[in-house]
Design a protein around this ligand. Structure first.
Ligand code: DC
Length: 234
């Protein structure tokens, strides 16, 4: 019997380390990895660059909804094995990670029509299964039938410290206080929005990785993955 190919949904708060976990699991098991947050970030970047979203997160919603038909998002596999987010054919991987985008992306992601468009795209990407996708609503809305659902959490302080290290390594000049404020603010918007708020699916396995190394996280996740496959084979 062939090994079944499953959908792995990894949800959690911002900077909880879910992208790292998801990417490394996908590489280890030969699945495709999709960072759904990158898609919301790309839409936010498009809005900022076209005067539809301002730096304070005020969105001209009707204009953004009309613009959705002009926005194409793809992922391009790099020789390094990483995937870069492409917005209308342009590599925006670096641009979408900047604080300028982080500061407004939750407002963009709260708009129901933006979510509907991106959820449809995410579902199409997972149609053949064999995918690891991370985000906020993957286990609840995008793939409620995912065979393995993980909900990752870590303290806001730990998450802000992780995001700060990434931003500093990328050359951004930001302080811990700015990053912490952004993390806390985004948690609040993500958790309280009406459309698909961030919530643990009832059948998700929780993980608090505040005190875990990346290697410990990898080992834990591979074990969950193998258990999910074994469940299907019985
Ligand atoms: O994971 P991230 O920080 O790159 O996500 C960016 C934003 O997009 C975040 O504010 C929440 C939102 N998001 C979402 O609403 N649903 C998803 N599936 C993924 C991200």
């Amino acid at each position: 019997m062939n090994t079944p190919r499953i959908i792995v949904a990894i949800d959690g708060f911002s900077s909880s380390g879910k992208s790292t976990m998801a990417r490394r699991l996908a590489a280890a098991v030969g699945y495709r990895y999709i960072d759904s947050g990158a898609m919301y970030r790309a839409v936010a970047l498009y809005g900022l660059d076209n005067g539809i979203v301002d730096i304070n997160g005020n969105v001209d919603t009707p204009r953004l909804i009309t613009a959705l038909k002009d926005i194409t998002i793809d992922f391009a596999l790099q020789p390094s094995g990483r995937q870069h987010t492409m917005l209308n054919g342009k590599d925006v991987e670096e641009a979408i990670r900047q604080l300028r985008v982080s500061n407004v992306v939750s407002q963009v992601a709260a708009i129901p029509k933006v979510r509907h468009a991106l959820v449809a795209k995410q579902q199409a990407l997972g149609a053949d299964r064999g995918i690891v996708m991370d985000g906020r609503d993957i286990g609840t809305t995008v793939f409620p039938d995912a065979e393995l659902k993980i909900f990752v959490d870590a303290s806001a302080q730990t998450r802000a410290q992780r995001r700060l290290s990434e931003l500093l390594a990328a050359g951004s000049q930001v302080t811990f206080a700015e990053v912490l404020a952004n993390v806390v603010h985004r948690d609040e918007i993500d958790r309280t929005r009406t459309e698909s708020p961030l919530r643990r699916a009832d059948d998700a396995i929780s993980l608090d990785n505040s005190e875990m190394t990346i290697e410990q996280q990898d080992a834990w996740l591979i074990e969950q993955f193998n258990n999910a496959i074994a469940r299907l084979q019985h």
